[in-house]
Write a protein that binds this ligand. Structure first.
Ligand code: HEC
Length: 497
């Protein structure tokens, strides 16, 4: 009896080994914290010494640990109170890290806002709601940023295909007030059954009217809108098992109705060796990348810096987190880079925060970035379970003195008639929306910290202010204003200057 069992086991083992040998994918290299990634194992957040000896930043920037013990910290948002919302993915939580009011560089405390969620990942704030993307649905809850509390959870969108190789879902509100969602592929390369797979979906804030917005995006984990132009840029993770240097992970300019190539093509219309044949027309119609990060870099979060709050030399720049390779014989990525967009469509990439990996030793993996109301940059790390805070120079003040005031007035191209009409409309909107409560020392209520609006024309143009109203800095509330109303407020403030 026992012997029979052993023979049976032996035969099964032989079959399994033979199968593995026959079907083991070509170019299967697993290097770096790949098995930790599969099992969810974590490392400790770096100590102060480690931060100093390992991390490198451009001159003038400093880094500290803002919060440790945030397991699998993924996407982030900043609340109107300057607190940092972060999704703790495998734990099923959304955590609120309290703003640093005692200036020790660390969060003053934390609140677990939501728990029991199914792989919560993407976060968004709109009209008093906190939106969370789980792997199979989007939910929202009324969010009181001051009280640090949420109301009951409501369903926004059901029926997102859950699971698969790519289980994280990212969401964000566009300048058009619509909610955007990305869903990655189930596989490395394959033909998908569900239309939402490897696609971006757009819907109304209540989840109705969901439609495919763009396709052929293998796994676009990060996306953001460029202030001023409103262009939507997304990071896309290229396929595996084609060797160390093929294909690129992509930065795409995502447009409505466009197809970005996967699974038939990669890079700029290069046919995929497994799925390209017979799909020449689709490949020809596919949109090429606008920038390549290199293969296996795993770009996740992308965030444009807040207009008016960029460090010098970072005007108009975006930060991208390169989570780092697993399917490459030497490790690559494992850093945050900055992208600088040239007028002629060029994109220049520079290292921003490096040192997560050194000589094959990995101490963290960056995921997402946000910018606080004072300009500080927060970076999440899902391997060390940490949020870092990067400060620079004397923050916003250094920028104000360095700007040159010799450029033309931002209203130089606007006709006098429009300035007149818009100034009137803008002053009405300024009063009606209670802007003076925080911006006019004469009418501010007791206890409110007034931010006088000074020298705006030296630092902003019209797009700069409309962009700021779109993504208000920290304590400033988000207003539901039309594009025309934002323009009127911008012209009013710039003309007043
Ligand atoms: C609850 C207070 C509050 C309200 C209400 C508010 N803001 Fe602000 N706003 C702020 C604060 C605080 C800042 C400065 C943030 C920083 O620099 O960190 C700011 C910054 C600004 C700036 C940039 C100032 C600069 O020097 O760079 C502009 C422009 C602005 N607000 C316009 C508006 C307009 C227009 C409204 C009404 C539609 C408004 N704000 C309502 C608090 C508020």
């Amino acid at each position: 009896m026992l012997r029979k069992m052993f023979v049976g086991l032996g035969i099964t083992l032989a079959i399994v080994l033979m199968g593995a040998w026959l079907f083991w994918p070509k170019n299967f290299v697993a290097k770096g914290p790949f098995w930790d990634f599969l099992t969810g194992a974590q490392v400790e957040a770096p100590t102060k010494d480690m931060l100093e000896s390992r991390f490198t930043l451009p001159e003038g920037f400093r880094i500290g640990v803002f919060a440790a013990d945030v397991p699998h910290a993924r996407m982030m948002r900043v609340t109107s109170e300057g607190d940092i919302l972060v999704s703790s993915m495998r734990e099923g939580n959304v955590i609120l890290l309290h703003a640093d009011k005692n200036n020790d560089g660390m969060a003053d405390g934390r609140t677990v806002l939501m728990s029991g969620l199914d792989i919560p990942h993407g976060l968004a704030l709109k009209s008093g709601y906190l939106y969370v993307a789980e792997t199979g649905r989007i939910v929202r809850a009324r969010f009181d940023a001051k009280a640090r509390a949420v109301g009951d959870v409501e369903l926004v969108l059901d029926g997102i295909p859950p699971g698969g190789n790519h289980r994280t879902r990212t969401i964000g509100f566009g300048p058009d007030g619509m909610l955007y969602l990305t869903v990655g592929s189930t596989c490395n390369v394959c033909i998908e059954d569900h239309a939402y797979r490897a696609a971006m979906v757009r819907m109304k804030p209540d989840g109705s009217g969901a439609r495919i917005f763009a396709r052929g995006l293998r796994n676009t984990v990060g996306f953001d809108w460029q202030p001023g132009t409103g262009h939507l840029y997304g990071t896309d993770n290229g396929r595996d098992l084609l060797g160390d240097d093929t294909p690129h992970c992509e930065l795409n300019l995502i447009e409505e109705g466009a197809f970005y190539g996967w699974p038939y093509a990669y890079d700029a219309k290069v046919p995929d060796p497994d799925y390209g044949a017979g799909h020449e027309a689709e490949i020809a119609s596919s949109k090429p990348l606008v920038h390549g990060f290199g293969a296996h870099r795993a770009p996740l979060g992308i965030r444009f810096l807040t207009p008016g709050l960029e460090p010098l030399g970072y005007e108009g720049a975006a930060l991208v987190a390169l989570h780092g390779s697993w399917n490459r014989s030497t490790l690559a990525g494992y850093k945050v880079v900055s992208l600088h967009f040239g007028a002629n469509g060029t994109v220049e990439q520079k290292d921003f925060l490096a040192g997560f990996e050194k000589d094959g030793d990995v101490i963290g993996r960056p995921v997402d970035m946000v910018q606080g109301p004072d300009g500080a940059i927060y970076v999440s790390d899902d391997y060390a379970g940490a949020i870092y805070r990067i400060s620079w120079g004397d923050m916003v003040a250094s920028k104000e003195t360095a700007l040159n005031d010799e450029r033309p007035h931002p209203l130089a191209d606007v006709t006098d008639a429009e300035v007149q009409v818009m100034t009137m409309a803008g002053s009405v909107l300024f009063a009606a929306n209670g802007c003076a409560a925080c911006h006019d020392p004469a009418s501010a209520a007791d206890g409110v910290q007034v931010k006088e609006l000074k020298a705006l024309a030296q630092r902003y143009d019209i797009e700069g202010i409309t962009g700021l109203l779109e993504v208000p800095p920290g304590p400033m509330p988000q207003y539901d204003l039309t594009a025309e109303e934002k323009r009127a407020l911008a012209i009013y403030l710039l003309a007043k200057d």
